[in-house]
Design a protein around this ligand. Sequence first.
Ligand code: ZN
Length: 252
Amino acid sequence: MTELAYLADEPAGYTRQFSARVVALPPGGVVLDRTFFYPVGGGQPADHGSLALRNGVPYPVVDVTKSGTSAVHRVRRPTSAPFPWKAGDEVEGMIDWDRRYRHMRLHTGQHLLSALIFQRTGIRTQEATMSGAGGTIDLERPIPPGTRPEALASEANSILREGRRVSIHHVSREAWEKNPSPRSGLVSLPRQVDPVRIIEIAGLDACPCGGTHVRSTLEVGDLSLDPAVPIALGAVRMPFRLVDAMRPTRSG
Ligand SMILES: [Zn+2]
């Protein structure tokens, strides 16, 4: 079992370097007792980075996946050298922060856009993806013709620039079921999820999510939105992008 340590609170989401113990070494992979690497899921790509024994050679982490209750870090091993690690070893993890921070900005921006679209039109988000400098939001039905993407983006950017706090709360499943967010009813939470991890954008949105997010909407920067295109069963896909994908990252 791997403790997914990035889930705990806001500072945990900004941890780039950590130590952990090896608990298993499946072929091509490393399972740790805890990790701050995000495993692919919920539309957010896996973190990249490296793992190394103390003062040892760093091995690139090229993918992280969940397998049952474990997170498996796929490492690129040089074929010529034997892999020297064993269960019980302490390793240092280093996360590729430029990549991860872009995902945090995109994921937070996506929550805000989904919340705004719901407030203005009553249309809910089915799912979302993010990678590189942009992402997609799948909406249950088309946005009314009078609601232009540029106007939505402009409104979203005004809110982002207010620097609203983005916080994490863990509430019991029972409490969440009694008072869920209206926009989140489209995709039911897996039965085993308890407590529920809520990402809240102050004064705007509260949504269950296991992804990583920034602490202030100011860190997202401006977003642009493209017109939605039809996908399946009446749904539409709306692409969005970070206007300045390469802005400097902030320290924890
Ligand atoms: Zn999220």
